[in-house]
Design a protein around this ligand. Structure first.
Ligand SMILES: O=C(O)CCC(=O)C(=O)O
Ligand SMILES: [Fe+2]
Length: 376
């Protein structure tokens, strides 16, 4: 979930109890709401040479240089009568992996459109609370079960990004439900229903990925043990100079399977070979990508793919990413079935919790954290 460039401005967001103007730790929404004439973005948000590093202008839609993200239809994949539907979904997933690493949009996924909308509404409601109320959830500890914050998810010094976020654990619900935001008043009930549905959807997708790797259908699901689910709601307000900054720097996700939905404002891009492809909004769909955990488990057959978030001048973008990984104490390592005498493990074993801490202990993103644990 994070940043590839190096920083020299070294702005460290620090949290203080009062809500003074231009205290950037209060969030970028607070900055925008309290600066009606904001025409230039403050210096801490300006990234070095962003047009060169990030090329944020939308790419022309030519099939040669701008292929579209594969769309996979999950309708009927668990129905014995339409078992060919499953075969074709598994086949489509395997080819998307070869072409894209693993990054796709899914439709007919079984989650009600009304619940998706409601989840977006309560996330928006949270960001619209007073600054004082949001700051009750602010914390500098990246492992805290509930956190409101701004910019990147690290307490290391970094240049600011045009994003506020709310992150908290989901499944297993009993560990953190009582700590989730109390407002808006229906936040907890809607987020609970949403996260339970997304957990089930993840199980369906994990089955297809396992099969496409030639593993038993429940291989990945079993490998998660009790599992770990983290929801990150991202809020990107309009930005007067979007070409000078980013909402979220290029990163790969640390977990196994991320299921993301967004409002109808574009901004997500995925790295395809060496160019950035915009992920266009498809109503009622989810964007699904694998993270570092599945890259490791597959011994590199499937690659976690870098993605990033751009901002725009006109409209607030909201995205809700739900990541799924194994229990925190799990040792990440390639599946035994996928390594043998000829094919050695390509990654050094590491405890999941330590990998997350390692990834979030610095502002260096891209795929650098994963490269650091590669075996050769
Ligand atoms: O805003 C987006 O679309 C990307 C969010 C994301 O990649 C994340 O939260 O890990
Ligand atoms: Fe991400």
């Amino acid at each position: 979930m994070f940043m590839a460039s190096t920083s020299t401005l070294s702005v460290v967001p620090r949290f203080s109890p009062s809500c003074n103007k231009h205290d950037y730790t209060k969030g970028v929404k607070h900055l925008v709401d309290t600066s009606p004439d904001l025409r230039l973005i403050p210096a801490p948000y300006i990234l070095h040479k962003p047009p060169l590093i990030y090329n944020p202008s939308p790419l022309p839609r030519s099939p040669l240089i701008s292929p579209s993200i594969p769309v996979i239809d999950l309708d009927g994949i668990d129905n014995a009568i339409t078992s060919n539907r499953r075969e074709s979904a598994v086949h489509d997933i395997a080819s998307a992996c070869v072409e894209w690493g693993f990054f796709l949009q899914i439709v007919n996924h079984g989650v009600k459109a009304s619940l998706m909308k409601e989840m977006l509404r309560v996330a928006d409601g949270f960001f619209s609370l007073t600054c004082e109320e949001k700051m009750k959830y602010a914390s500098n500890n990246v492992m805290d079960p509930v956190r409101y914050g701004t910019s990147l998810n690290t307490s290391a010094p970094h240049q600011l990004h045009w994003r506020d976020y709310l992150r908290h654990f989901g499944h297993p619900l009993e560990n953190s439900y009582h700590l989730w935001p109390e407002n808006p008043p229906n936040y907890r009930s809607v987020a609970k229903e949403y996260l339970e549905e997304i957990w089930r959807l993840k199980t369906k997708i994990a089955g297809c990925i396992s099969e496409s790797l030639g593993l038993d259908k429940d291989y990945i699901e079993k490998s998660l043990g009790k599992g770990c689910q983290i929801i990150a709601s991202n809020y990107y307000p309009p930005c007067p100079q979007p070409h000078l900054t980013l909402g979220l720097a290029a990163h790969s996700d640390h977990g196994g399977i991320t299921i993301l939905m967004q409002n109808d404002v574009d901004g997500l891009q995925v790295r395809y070979k060496d160019i950035w492809i915009p992920v266009e909004y498809v109503a009622s769909s989810f964007v699904v990508n694998i993270g570092d955990y599945i890259e490791i488990l597959s011994n590199g057959r499937y690659k976690s793919v870098e993605h990033r978030g751009l901002v725009n001048k006109k409209r607030t973008r909201i995205s809700i990413a739900v990541g799924h990984g194994p229990e925190m104490t799990t040792i990440l390592a390639p599946a035994n079935e996928l390594v043998d005498e000829k094919e050695k493990p390509n990654y050094k074993p590491i405890v999941y919790k330590d990998y997350i801490r390692f990834q979030q202990s610095s502002a260096v993103r891209g795929k650098t954290p994963l490269e650091k644990i590669m075996a050769n």
